[in-house]
Design a binder for this molecule. Sequence first.
Ligand code: NAD
Length: 263
Amino acid sequence: VFRLNDEVALIFGAGSSGPGWGNGKAAAVAYARAGAKVACVDLNLAAAEETAALAESEGCSAIAIQGNVCRDDDMARAVSIAHSHFGKIDILHNNTGITLFGSPVDQSIEDWDRAMDVNVKSVFLACRHVLPHMVAQRHGAITNISSIASIRIGGYGMASYYTSKAAVNHLTRSLALQYADKGIRCNAILPGLMNTPMIRGDAGMKAHHGDLETQLAERDAMSPTGKMGDAWDVAYAAVFLASAAAKYINGVLLPVDGGLTCR
Ligand code: NAD
């Protein structure tokens, strides 16, 4: 029941913004390890291709597609390519997300809109194009990558990020209810402090908090486990949620945070 043999997973934001394992890249490879075929979509085609090649090296079939998750025409195209290539889409994994800093007085309106577009509208657009296929086959699992920042404000001055991720949670729960009787489940994963390229390369984070090594050490110390998590912790939680083992799990907001939100 933990396997995804012959399932097709469509992953948005499947590249990594830097060297190493981002959440989307690890998820694509983890789905492949569980037996799924994967379609990897990213703004950066080379990054999507790298992930697809890694997934193929696990013995699965994989394709890479370029697309901007904020654009409806790109999303329609990506879903159509994935569906015609594999004949179905069983798993939709919405990983794309960006962090942008600023309070209402110093964040530009363009940056506020970008956070909402990349983090929330992308989920709406993906569902808009994938759900008709899932409804027709009466089967599907959607996993949205939110953040513990959706339920717990960190001290980082990223109101647009926190707000957009809270919206992802509510969208997740509303889809979970609306599509439960059609064989479709929708869940969210709330990663905590994960050591990924997104964190290591975040220019805003560096500007706000000084040198990277100090920040990483601070983040390790903030975890109840004494260590940040990594992209695989998120990826294997996603494999579980997509599998038949989780067939009665619908509408959950699952923290993958080493217990941080218990505080
Ligand atoms: P990442 O930055 O390594 O990868 C994100 C990918 O999304 C990149 O390859 C990038 O090219 C792509 N992308 C960005 N904008 C895009 C667009 N408009 N269209 C298509 N693709 C686009 O990040 P990651 O490590 O894979 O994790 C990202 C997700 O995890 C986000 O949703 C983030 O909010 C969430 N998250 C991360 C942490 C953490 O500590 N790393 C914590 C909580 C939540």
